[in-house]
Design a protein around this ligand. Structure first.
Ligand code: VGL
Ligand code: ZN
Length: 210
């Protein structure tokens, strides 16, 4: 059973990442049921919400001549350009309606990607890799030592969050059966290499609840 030093972090389970959404992840809504199952058994449940202003720099539409999934050089390095998604206040930015049980259990909702010129994949840092979201302090203040991560997308926001958690000294486990990937040009395999190198482990839903 999860203890007081365990937290569940549910990443970006929002309409725009689910089928029919602006940046739909194949089968993305399949994570909703296992996410709710996990949330029911963790005392500390934290959600992240991708939360971009209109015209955000990670949107291809903000760069003349660029198309979604092109890569641009931004001030902090290469950045994949996405379709407009998770714009603040839109239906696409809302959590999937089926996630309501987990949303009700959440102690904290971390919004990210709201600075107009910096994207944010990780729940801990903006993509400049130095601007913190505050989540690390929130976890430490609660006495958390181990985090289980699930949600969307495996190879971007889940992978970055888990890798940062491990680097920050938390034990980090990805519950892959409660994740789905974008898998752009081998991004899932690359993300898996990175998170394994950082010491991130995997767990099934059953193992997370055991
Ligand atoms: C995400 C791309 C852009 C994610 C967010 O949640 O994985 N991916 N914004
Ligand atoms: Zn985004």
């Amino acid at each position: 059973m999860p203890t007081d030093s365990d937290a569940l972090i549910l990443i970006d389970i929002q309409n725009d990442f689910c089928p029919g959404g602006a940046l739909a992840v194949a089968d993305g809504d399949a994570v909703v049921t296992p996410a709710n199952t996990l949330a029911a058994h963790f005392g500390i449940v934290i959600l992240t919400q991708d939360w971009h202003p209109a015209g955000h720099h990670s949107f291809a539409s903000a760069h003349a001549g660029k198309r979604p999934f092109d890569v641009a050089e931004l001030a902090y390095g290469p950045q994949v350009l996405w379709p407009d998604h998770c714009v603040q206040g839109t239906a696409g930015a809302q959590f999937h309606a089926g996630l309501a049980p987990a949303v009700d259990r959440a102690q904290l909702i971390v919004r990210k990607g709201f600075r107009p010129t910096i994207d944010s994949y990780s729940a801990f840092f903006e993509n400049d890799r130095v601007t913190p979201t505050g989540l690390s302090g929130a976890l430490r203040d609660r006495g958390v030592r181990r985090v289980f991560l699930a949600g969307l997308a495996t190879d971007y926001c889940v992978a970055y969050s888990a890798t940062d958690a491990a680097r920050l000294g938390f034990e980090a486990l990805i519950v892959e059966e409660a994740c789905r990937a974008i898998d752009l040009d081998g991004s899932l395999a690359a993300a898996r290499r990175d998170w394994m190198a950082a010491g991130v482990k995997g767990a099934t839903v059953a193992e997370a609840l055991a």
